[in-house]
Write a protein that binds this ligand. Sequence first.
Ligand SMILES: [Zn+2]
Length: 89
Amino acid sequence: MQHQKPAATCRPLLPRHPRWDEFVERLAGPNACNFQTDRWTCFGDMRFTTRTLREMGLDEQSIDVSTAYFRDHGGYCDCEVIFNVDHPR
Ligand SMILES: [Zn+2]
């Protein structure tokens, strides 16, 4: 039996996705937006979002669908995805 890479996640990553929390944690983490008490990193685009989704194994089409959904819900850049798309708990 051959070892295989885990299959790419062939569906978009949206708030009800089982790995949504992991996505937000990565996006807010030190390798992306790096949220501190009163500041964070954001370039006004989706570079961290796209990279994080890619790292989580999404294919390009699922990434496109995910970022389109984020924009529809007020997430036009990385920090807005966290502020506007992630539901406050
Ligand atoms: Zn931002």
